[in-house]
Design a protein around this ligand. Structure first.
Ligand SMILES: Cc1ncc(COP(=O)(O)O)c(C=O)c1O
Length: 462
């Protein structure tokens, strides 16, 4: 890479294929039900969420704000439970978005909760989640986190390194508890997703490699420690996955290991956790499969592979995060400035940005957005929605069409921001992080309070 300054070309951040930008939508005011929360409507042209006018939400709670449709979250949670059916378990991956209210909703719908830090674990415990229905993940769990998980008697701990097996045994012994352990396996499957979202190819930090024999050795060590209960195997191949092909290869490789364990130790795995990663529609170009189709595919894969290896079928667990919370939420922003860069594009600056949605900068994520505070008949204008941070990569929506009469003060809504937006939010440039507002049947309440500048100043104790 050249580090010598040179005159720039005219375009910035064009990473999309040559056929971009896509054609404008037929109706700029339309809300595609595959993308928007189930409770999203237009009433007299204005977007309503859970029966509430977004202008009222903006007045009451300020912008930017993440608005979460509770019925949507509960409905999707129920669909996962129904689709995977008896004998399987669905755990909500709280890293996608972790708040007490959401953890209560999903557990009331029959899900368990998957956490990957002590912080997420405390939210789950303080939400009243049954510890037996919590699994702890993470490639470097702190000793104090392992101790807390053991003493809280959570249901499962997915071990991720040899050091951790020894540390966990130490805390289990000390607490007189015998935790159930899953061994996280790196299957060598590369999910066709962004590099930073793929988690099971060999060259990465998670899990025990199957190819090197580390996974077999990890199981040996867990079985050799009477203070640990070997429950089964775990694999997570990545995120935003649209078909079962990757899961099929991963399941086959994990079950080959299960067959070796059976042959070597006479132990059949009780549990097979195939992780999360089920994709959702962010734009009309995403064709997300129905959950029941995915579920039928995964169950058939596991049944078929177990039959082929002569193994009893383990209990199947899956851990969707995005698939449950992602589509339920939209981010409301107020438009501040509109700058037409002649012959290139129009930049629409909003009152948030990469501090409330880093996914565009991090993963080249694509989003859909609409003018929310009114409908418009004006012709479409190709826009780039950008934030107010001191970074030219501070892009919220790389390419979208908004009406050409868009004006400062209008509200725009970005769809499908429930997963990995608020949970990845930062205070970059000392912007307070936005609140999260739950809407349901015409009522709204903040479930995560909007931060204030005072919150930030209180931390500055120098
Ligand atoms: C172990 C594990 N389980 C589940 C998930 C959830 O993935 P998703 O939100 O894509 O369903 C992740 C995401 O990184 C993960 O690492």
């Amino acid at each position: 890479m050249s580090r010598v300054a040179h005159p720039a070309g005219p375009r910035h951040a064009d990473v999309l294929p040559a056929d971009h930008p896509p054609a404008p939508p037929e109706d700029l005011n339309a809300l595609d039900p595959a993308i928007w929360p189930r409770g999203a409507r237009r009433a007299d042209g204005v977007l309503t969420l859970g029966g509430i006018d977004v202008r009222d939400l903006a007045t009451q709670f300020g912008t930017p704000a993440l608005i979460t449709d509770e019925a949507d979250v509960r409905g999707r949670a129920r669909e996962y439970v129904e689709a995977f059916g008896d004998g399987s378990q669905v755990f909500y991956a709280s890293k996608a978005f972790c708040s007490r209210a959401v953890l209560r909703w999903v557990t009331e719908e029959g899900l368990g909760v998957d956490v990957c830090t002590g912080g997420e674990l405390e939210v789950a415990l303080s939400a009243g989640v049954d510890p037996a229905r919590i699994t702890l993940h993470g490639n470097n769990k702190l000793p104090a986190e392992l101790e807390r998980a053991v003493t809280a008697r959570i249901g499962h701990i997915a071990v991720d390194s040899f050091e951790e097996i020894a540390r966990l045994a130490y805390y289990a012994e000390r607490a007189g508890v015998r935790p159930r352990v899953l061994v996280r396996v790196t299957t060598g499957v590369e999910a066709h997703t962004h590099e930073f979202m793929a988690t099971a190819h060999d060259d990465q930090k998670f899990g025990f490699s199957l190819a090197s024999g580390d996974a077999d050795e990890a199981v040996r060590r867990v079985l050799a420690l009477p203070v640990l209960t070997f429950a089964g195997l775990h694999s997570h191949i990545g995120s935003q996955i649209f078909d079962t092909a990757g899961f099929e290869v991963a399941a086959r490789r994990v079950l080959e290991l299960a067959a070796r364990i059976h042959a070597e130790h006479g132990v059949a795995i009780e549990e097979l956790d195939l992780g999360g990663g089920f994709g959702i529609a962010y734009t009309t170009e995403d064709d997300a499969p129905e959950v029941k189709t995915l579920a039928a595919g995964l169950r058939a894969i596991v049944a078929g592979q177990c039959a082929a290896f002569g193994l009893p079928e383990p209990r199947l667990t899956i851990e969707p995060g995005r698939g449950i919370i992602g589509p339920s939420t939209v981010t409301l922003y107020e438009v501040g400035t509109i700058k037409n860069v002649d012959g290139i594009r129009t930049y629409v600056s909003v009152d948030g940005g990469m501090s409330d949605n880093i996914r565009t900068a991090l993963y080249d994520a694509a989003y859909t957005c609409v003018l929310a505070s009114r409908s418009a008949a004006a012709p479409p204008m190709l826009c780039r929605v950008v934030g107010r941070h001191c970074e030219s990569g501070d892009i919220v929506v790389r390419d979208c069409y908004l009406p050409s009469d868009l004006a400062p003060g209008d509200l725009i809504a970005v769809a499908a921001t429930g997963a990995y937006c608020r949970s990845l939010a930062s205070n970059y440039n000392h912007l307070p992080r936005p609140g999260v507002v739950a809407v349901r049947d015409g009522t709204a309440r903040e479930i995560v309070r909007r931060e204030t500048l005072d919150d930030l100043l209180r931390l500055d104790v120098g």
